[in-house]
Design a protein around this ligand. Structure first.
Ligand code: PLP
Ligand code: COI
Length: 369
């Protein structure tokens, strides 16, 4: 029989059918992204009027829901993504999980969902990572991807905010997000679809944003591209994001390296990697700017040689160079389709920080084990 222990808010109920070491090793070999899950998960219920109830860490497995659960009909669902990394000293640490806890609540507020106390978000993460620490991969570029989720569970078909919710946290040992690894991607600039409009949910990490993106992603694939690049909904000419990642443009101006990323207008997701790279770039002595940048600028600045690199960034894939651009206005190639030195350097700096190889001078790493 498994032992039952409890922390002040989370009850720990270890699984009685955890994977054997042999099975775990097998499943952790070439895990890809988001396909393998650890032995446990955290579940915390919420009821309007009572608040967050007793949370439990228990065996990973299916959840039972009423078919009338409002998430299934009206899509009140938000999620987050952050990673736990094996450290050079053998420990385990997460990269900026407090920032994910805050963004989770920003998303919750936009979707008329209850906020989750940051301490509970972090407690759930700590408990799950400690419980399943054997599932944290060791190689650089690999990590335990943490996926917090909140869904509306009240069985009620009226269109209104649910009175019941479930917070879930699962963990997934992960390698490269893109099957090809860190090779530069080819992108399709989407004219037919927009991801987010002013006043909408672009800044929130809600499930519907991703559902709405899939047809554009499919179109991009049909055009022979890996990813879609989103334009702003009003002018349909300013770059917003690349798929589920933020985007950076690199310039060489009179011997100075300048990195530019679209400013946060409310229609972009405020990426934590984006925020970190702005600071890390400045620490390299480079200029870092947040401003609007149009498709036309992208094309002419590449053609005229001022813009030397483009890359996307996010938790899942860290930094992914963009090698080729296709659009109805024409196609162009960046740096002969090769990874540039700025993207490579930032990727190295970030991964070294995340794996505890270089000192955490920003207080970004939260030690778990
Ligand atoms: N943009 C979108 C739409 C995303 O889904 C993500 C991923 O979370 C990002 C950008 C990158 O954000 P972060 O760096 O916090 O992972
Ligand atoms: C990211 O972490 O960059 C993401 O976009 C997560 C994605 C799987 C939704």
């Amino acid at each position: 029989m498994s032992t039952v222990m409890s922390t002040p808010t989370l009850e720990i109920r270890p699984s009685d059918h955890a994977a054997s070491a042999e099975e775990r090793t097998k499943r952790m070999t070439h895990p890809g992204f988001g396909r393998v899950f650890t032995d446990h998960m955290v579940v915390v219920p919420y009821t309007e009027g009572h608040g967050w109830g007793q949370g439990v860490l228990k065996a990973y497995g299916p959840i039972e829901m009423d078919p009338a659960s409002s998430v299934l009909h009206y899509g009140q669902a938000i999620f987050e993504g952050f990673k736990a990394y094996k450290q050079r000293d053998g420990g385990i640490a997460c990269f900026r999980p407090e920032a994910n806890a805050r963004r989770f609540n920003t998303s919750a507020a936009r979707l008329a969902m209850p906020e989750l106390p940051e301490a509970l978000f972090l407690e759930a993460a700590t408990a799950l990572i400690r419980q399943d620490q054997a599932w944290v991969p060791g190689a650089v570029g690999e990590s335990l991807y943490m996926r917090p989720l909140m869904i509306a569970t009240e069985a009620a078909l009226g269109v209104r905010a649910s009175n019941e919710y479930l917070f879930l946290l699962m963990a997934s040992p992960s390698g490269a997000y893109f099957p090809a690894g860190v090779k530069p991607v080819t992108v399709w600039i989407s004219d037919d679809y927009v991801r987010a409009a002013p006043g909408g949910t672009g800044f929130a990490k809600c499930a519907g944003n991703y559902a709405a993106s899939l047809v554009a992603q499919r179109q991009a694939k049909g055009e022979g591209c890996d990813q879609v690049v989103w334009l702003d909904a009003v002018h349909r000419k300013y770059i917003e994001e690349m798929g589920g990642m933020n985007i950076f443009f690199v310039y060489q101006e009179n011997g100075e390296t300048v990195v530019v990323t679209p400013e946060l207008t409310g229609t972009l997701l405020p990426g934590i990697t984006r925020d970190s790279l702005l600071l890390l770039a400045r620490e390299q002595g480079w200029r870092a700017e947040e401003r609007r940048i149009s498709v036309e600028e992208w094309r002419t600045d590449i053609q005229e040689g001022r813009m030397t690199e483009v890359f996307a960034c996010g938790t899942a894939a860290v930094i992914t160079p963009v090698g080729h651009v296709k659009s109805r206005q024409g196609d162009w190639t960046i740096r002969d389709g090769e990874t540039g030195p700025v993207a490579a350097k930032l990727r190295e700096i970030l991964l070294n920080l995340q794996h505890g190889v270089s000192p955490d001078t920003h207080g970004w790493m939260k030690k778990i084990v």
